[in-house]
Write a protein of this length. Structure first.
Length: 467
């Protein structure tokens, strides 16, 4: 079930909100959210639901053991290994078999395992629960339904943010309620819906046309790369806004997942602003255990490269994702070694401008490989961005079709919306005397535009649902 589907917006969510409002008591509402989360996930696959329940049960049992006093470290290793093997079997087994077959020039058969939707997200959430319980026994839970609700909480189930159980659990006992809280959540939900249906969809139309063209010149290659860089931001930040908003509707506070990443003046800063929950997860559960920055600058650089390469692998069993992660790892390591001295760039306005350009270029080129269907296609697109001077009539026809009044308008709006101008304007409106009617009116207008887009047809799943 997609958050931007008519069934979800006009049936599932309103019915759930009504039942949630009618129930009295936090416990009863928690039971409702648990049941609805499982129903929500079952729309994707009943087999996936069974795997989710088995994963939650196994991790709960491991957690009970970690709350004891003996044999905790071996149990932690076994629990983390079990989660990683589960993830590897469903997400990377075919990739591994293909690689082995390629080495021995043999034919391979697919294992036939279909990965449950959002497996990377709920597996990482489970691992964080085990590690946190190992570090502090009080961080665990002997109550299986509470842990299951944490893992299956439907706003975050498919694509995060990756919250910690220690942050989520207290809200199961008491959380803020009221009309204003619900209104805040609905406003955030509509903003996310607008990002997805209007901005991301418009940029996606351009990017898809270019990446499937098969002979892009320098003009089309840059247009497609920029469009996809904007598409993936508004797609994923739009999902995060919707997840935060829906959580708020039911009284939960969800941490922010994006902080205008395209304002960054270094790759390091970019990852402090992009997919913040995933960056924090890799920092706390991989980078720091590897030694972090405590073992010298060269070990620090190596740790960063390892973390980013594994981050790329986490996104999918494809060499394009691994190269994308390694690409960011290289620049993060170079910044750590001061070979690329972004700190000095920040000392002046001109230097910071150079830092912005450098970061956007690294990010944009990386996303080209991330978007490509294969490594060969990715390198072909990157080559066209810098040497694609062979202008063909077919390319010119496509460019004229893509560059029209509507697409240019949406491109400009997307660029502006990627900057904090809208947030500042929204804050100004909220503090004005007319906020009581301007804010609802703007949200209503945005929602109507989203409905028009839905009525126009064209289903487009969230990009990060595949992870």
């Amino acid at each position: 079930m997609n958050f931007d589907s008519p069934f979800y917006l006009f049936c599932f969510l309103p019915v759930l909100m009504l039942l949630h409002a009618l129930l009295r008591g936090t416990r009863a509402r928690n039971v409702l959210l648990l049941i609805c989360g499982l129903i929500f996930y079952s729309f994707g696959s009943l087999n996936g639901l069974v795997l989710l329940l088995v994963s939650a049960l196994v991790n709960w049992l491991f957690g009970l053991g970690l709350m004891g006093r003996r044999g905790r470290r071996p149990l932690l290793i076994l629990g983390v290994a079990a989660n990683l093997l589960f993830l590897a079997a469903y997400k990377y087994l075919d990739f591994l078999l293909a690689g082995i077959a390629g080495i021995f020039s043999s034919v391979w058969e697919s294992a036939g395992l279909v990965a449950p939707v959002g497996i990377s997200f709920f597996t990482f959430r489970s691992i964080s629960y085990l590690v946190d319980t190992y570090r502090d026994s009080s961080a665990g839970s002997k109550n299986f339904p509470r842990l299951l609700l944490y893992i299956s909480f439907f706003p975050q189930l498919m694509a995060g943010p990756i919250t910690r159980f220690s942050d989520f659990a207290p809200q199961l006992n008491e959380r803020e309620r009221g009309a204003e809280v619900t209104a805040q959540g609905l406003r955030r939900l509509i903003i996310g819906l607008g990002k997805k249906l209007l901005l991301s969809a418009a940029m996606g139309d351009i990017a898809d046309a270019v990446f499937t063209f098969g002979g892009a010149d320098i003009r089309l290659a840059w247009l497609g790369a920029i469009a996809y860089t904007l598409q993936i931001y508004f797609d994923f930040s739009g999902y995060s806004d919707m997840a935060i908003g829906m959580g708020r509707v039911f009284g939960f506070i969800t941490p922010e997942n994006f902080d205008y990443p395209y304002l960054s003046a270094s790759v390091t800063e970019f990852w402090r602003r992009w997919h913040i929950s995933l960056s924090s997860w890799f920092r706390d559960y991989l980078y720091i255990p590897l030694g972090g920055n405590r073992k010298g600058k060269y070990r620090t650089a190596l740790n960063k490269f390892i973390v980013f390469t594994l981050c790329g692998l986490w996104h999918g069993a494809n060499w394009t994702f691994i190269l994308w992660g390694a690409w960011h790892g290289i620049f993060s390591a170079l910044e750590s070694l001061k070979i690329i001295n972004t700190g000095r760039l920040r000392e002046s306005c001109a230097g910071r401008t150079v830092g912005h350009i450098y970061t956007l270029l690294v990010v944009c080129l990386g996303f080209v490989m991330f978007r490509a269907a294969s490594v060969g296609e990715g390198f072909a697109m990157l080559s066209a961005m810098f040497s694609g001077f062979d202008i063909t009539p077919a390319g010119t026809v496509l460019l004229r079709r893509l560059i029209n009044g509507e697409s240019v308008t949406m491109l400009v709006l997307a660029i502006i919306s990627a900057l904090p101008l809208g947030r500042r304007l929204y804050a100004h409106v909220e503090n004005s005397a007319a906020a009581c009617w301007i804010t609802p009116a703007l949200c209503l207008a945005l929602f109507v535009l989203c409905l028009f887009r839905l009525a126009a047809g064209g289903f487009s799943p969230f990009i990060y649902f595949q992870f």
